[in-house]
Design a protein around this ligand. Structure first.
Ligand SMILES: Nc1ncnc2c1ncn2[C@@H]1O[C@H](COP(=O)(O)OP(=O)(O)OC[C@H]2O[C@@H]([n+]3cccc(C(=O)O)c3)[C@H](O)[C@@H]2O)[C@@H](O)[C@H]1O
Ligand SMILES: Nc1ncnc2c1ncn2[C@@H]1O[C@H](COP(=O)(O)OP(=O)(O)OP(=O)(O)O)[C@@H](O)[C@H]1O
Ligand SMILES: [Mg+2]
Length: 277
């Protein structure tokens, strides 16, 4: 592929995902808190709900949510933020999740273990006669069940309290399609959309998160057989290269091909569901 075609594809993706040419962390915090306030008002909702894993994405989005509900209350309204711990059994890095909660200072916290429901669904499907020949495949599918059970838990709490469900999708995950369709990809509002991973970290830092939280190694942590598998190992390239690509900078041919292939392969997740025309 020629250099011109490569940059053209890069520009199309940057535009599709809404990555801005310039970035200022304080301005983005203000804009995104304002967005959450506006969406709560428009929906007539009583607040926001979000799962907090201990990773930098949910720490950042969680703090934005807390600031947004405090702004609504400061202006005479009534809104609360519900942070949900949603471990699958005992979480390996529970300490980080607790530190994230200390940073966010949410109004309310609930902890729901998603393991019983996740395991029960897998067992029921297996009992129907579905056979998994490959244990690796079974573990991967169970990982996506965990993400979907987290979605159900958040919508259950949101439904009970008239709250909107917040998602943590941003441009670096969106371009790679690195989320579970109708799992963590299912939500009402995405206050981090359009951000690269380093810009999410810049927001976290500007919001006052500790360095270890800001710099925490990203992991979906869904596979029991590969606990804490870094996203970058799953991608085969680094977030720095993905971020450079999304910020319009030159990247290696390997990185370019990997990103464009992932973007194409996962197009169905960013436009769901496909409709007959
Ligand atoms: N071309 C197409 N047109 C329409 N639909 C298509 C399709 N190809 C697959 N599909 C459907 O999509 C399904 C596959 O999508 P999906 O179920 O999402 O599954 P899949 O993309 O295979 O797996 C999810 C990936 O996202 C990662 N993840 C998940 C959650 C959180 C995070 C994180 O960063 O924290 C990362 C996870 O580690 C895994 O690598 C297929 O089973 C099929 O139903
Ligand atoms: N154990 C968990 N408890 C609560 N929520 C979770 C858990 N695991 C995942 N989630 C939810 O799913 C979202 C997607 O996970 P993802 O790993 O992309 O984000 P993160 O863990 O916040 O940050 P990072 O991508 O840097 O690991 C999280 O932001 C969070 O809202
Ligand atoms: Mg994570």
């Amino acid at each position: 592929m020629s250099d011109t075609s490569r940059s053209y594809i890069q520009e199309l993706i940057i535009e599709e995902l809404g990555v801005a040419a310039t970035f200022d962390a304080a301005t983005e915090i203000e804009r995104r808190v304002g967005f959450l306030v506006e969406r709560m008002r428009a929906a007539g909702s009583s607040g926001l709900v979000l799962g907090i894993s201990g990773g930098v994405d949910s720490s950042t989005a969680g703090r934005l949510c807390q600031l947004a509900v405090e702004r609504v209350r400061g202006e005479g309204g009534d809104a609360r933020f519900l942070a949900m711990r949603l471990p699958y059994g005992r979480q390996r890095d529970e300490d980080d999740a607790q530190r994230a909660l200390t940073f966010i200072e949410p109004d309310d916290t609930l902890a729901v273990d998603v393991q019983p429901a996740s395991d029960a669904m897998l067992e029921s499907v297996k009992a129907s006669g579905l056979v998994f020949d490959d244990p690796g495949r079974l573990d991967f599918v169970l990982g996506n069940i965990k993400a979907r059970q987290r979605m159900i838990a958040q919508y259950t709490a949101g439904g009970a309290r008239n709250m909107l469900v917040v998602g943590t999708d941003h441009a670096a995950e969106a371009v790679m399609g690195f989320f579970t369709k109708f799992g963590d990809g299912a939500c009402d509002l995405t206050p981090l959309s359009g951000l690269t991973k380093r810009r999410v970290r810049a927001l976290a830092s500007e919001l006052g998160a500790a360095d270890d939280l800001v710099g925490k190694v990203p992991t979906a942590d869904l596979e029991s057989q590969n606990p804490g598998l870094p996203d970058e190992e799953a991608f085969g390239i680094g977030y720095d290269e993905i971020d450079d690509f999304l910020e319009g900078k030159p990247v290696s041919e390997h990185a370019h091909e990997t990103i464009v292939a992932a973007h194409r392969r996962t197009a169905h997740k960013r436009t769901v569901p496909y409709e007959v025309r």
